[in-house]
Design a protein around this ligand. Structure first.
Ligand SMILES: NC(=O)c1ccc[n+]([C@@H]2O[C@H](COP(=O)([O-])OP(=O)(O)OC[C@H]3O[C@@H](n4cnc5c(N)ncnc54)[C@H](O)[C@@H]3O)[C@@H](O)[C@H]2O)c1
Length: 329
């Protein structure tokens, strides 16, 4: 299949390009930045594309005529709060540009990468009738995000449903939990989890910007990539919705620290909550209900927290050894 990725230079693109190439697809990876050194061996072709540029996006889609598109380009939650205008331009206008280009180029299917950040406290849904979210949070609750990232991702979900209905562009997507892999993260609020591994390995300690009792849904990247590929190939007739919750595990921050410490005895973790990112984390679901994805396209995660820790620590070591600039902190 001819496959085009936007925002392929990031954390997900790194693993997704390799998986698509290995599966025999003809891949064009695009990003606003040149191919990062970390992606040098991923395979496929590389083209520079800024999705905020409507004309350039249309012309890239007309040139490559992809049958399948993975739309990854985005500004993530923490950076989006620092630069809301940029987040709006990339996530909102950029998604519109990509959908328009896909429609005009005759793309059959587009995979959208949404997020748990579409959720936010709903009046009366928390404990004792306070604002909050059901635990676990199902697919369909009022979407009241508290960040520009979440606002633009809700809009992206709605645009996907609109293009599916109005133009028969087969848009489907997942709401990802915080994703963890051996790559430096891109400015998300779930970055504390990965830094427990990275700093645990490189300096034997980490001061978390999230409280010890912070609990959000997380997922190991191999499961995230498998989810994207499985949903992309799923039988349309079985799908009952456009965008699906998917879940793997929901540890507290101190449970992640305990898991890392079992693998790296002596590593020390402290907790100094940083107000902006902590309030974003507190507005998200503690766990997701993903039974519709399990039913419609047989979604099932393979990694729990302990399996992830066992697999990830050697990979973080290898990442730090490959790139000496990451060793200093
Ligand atoms: N990583 C996670 O934990 C997570 C969780 C939920 C959802 N997602 C979603 O998955 C997708 C990919 O996430 P990621 O973790 O790889 O993010 P990332 O920040 O690592 O990568 C995003 C990529 O988008 C690119 N980009 C930024 N502006 C662009 C523009 N104007 N035009 C083209 N590309 C541009 C960046 O250069 C970067 O390479 C995003 O849409 C994100 O919202 C990620």
């Amino acid at each position: 299949m001819k496959v085009l990725l936007t925002g392929a230079g990031g954390q997900i693109g790194h693993d997704l390009i390799g998986a698509l190439v290995a599966a025999g697809h003809q891949v064009v990876a695009t990003d606003v930045q040149p191919r990062p050194a970390s992606h040098a061996n991923a395979g496929g072709a590389w083209a520079q594309l800024d999705v905020t540029d409507a004309a350039a996006t249309e012309s890239a889609f007309m040139e490559h005529r992809p049958q399948l598109v993975f739309h990854l380009a985005a500004i993530l939650s923490a950076r989006g709060e620092r630069e809301p205008g940029l987040a709006y331009a990339v996530n909102q206008t950029g998604t519109w540009n990509v959908l328009e280009a896909a429609r005009k180029a005759g793309t059959e299917r587009l995979i959208f990468t949404s997020t748990i950040a579409v959720f936010g406290p709903v009046p009366g849904q928390g404990p004792g009738g306070t604002p909050g979210l059901p635990d676990p949070t199902p697919d369909d609750v009022p979407l009241l995000p508290s960040t520009m990232y979440g606002v633009t991702k809700v809009s992206g979900e709605l645009l996907c449903a609109y293009y599916a209905k109005k133009y028969n562009l087969d848009c489907r997507g997942v709401r990802f939990p915080g994703l963890i892999s051996a790559a430096m993260p891109g400015g998300g609020s779930s970055d504390y989890a990965l830094f427990m591994y990275v700093d645990g390995v490189r300096v034997g300690r980490y001061e978390s910007f999230a409280r010890a009792d912070t609990r959000i849904p997380l997922m190991y990247m191999p499961d995230g990539v498998r989810a994207l590929l499985t949903l992309a190939m799923a039988d349309r007739a079985r799908l009952t919705r456009c965008i699906y919750n998917i879940a793997a595990f929901s540890p507290r921050a101190d449970e992640i620290a305990a898991s890392v410490t079992r693998a790296l005895p002596g590593a020390k973790f402290t907790y100094v909550p940083e107000p902006v990112r902590q309030s974003i984390l507190d507005s998200w679901p503690r766990a997701l209900d993903d039974q519709t994805a399990r039913r419609d396209w047989d979604w099932q995660p393979e990694y729990d927290l302990e399996a992830m820790t066992t697999d990830l620590i050697p990979k973080v070591r290898a990442m730090l050894a490959r790139d000496p600039s990451l060793k200093a902190h």
